[in-house]
Unconditional design. Structure first.
Length: 86
């Protein structure tokens, strides 16, 4: 009987740890997938408008923009992709 009691405790602890790691790991992955919030960025909004317009007229990146700052370029591209429906 004592052997069974030890196995049961070990099994419960193993399950609890595995569950905790699974939940924590899933939350970390979800946070990475979302990326930064560009919604109030003017370049993001411009990209949204142009992406939506290109989608409505069946065009693929009709206008090409190049920004000096990498972050502005990323915001524009994120907005364009969202507006184009990708």
């Amino acid at each position: 009987m004592p052997f069974m009691k030890i196995n049961l405790r070990r099994g419960i602890w193993t399950l609890a740890i595995a569950l905790g790691l699974g939940i924590g790991g899933g939350a970390a992955l979800q946070a990475q997938d979302q990326g930064p919030d560009y919604s109030k960025n003017k370049n993001y909004q411009q990209g949204m408008r142009e992406g939506h317009d290109d989608h409505a007229h069946n065009r693929d990146h009709y206008k090409k923009h190049h920004f000096k700052k990498d972050e502005d370029q990323k915001a524009y591209e994120a907005g364009y992709q969202k507006g184009h429906g990708n």
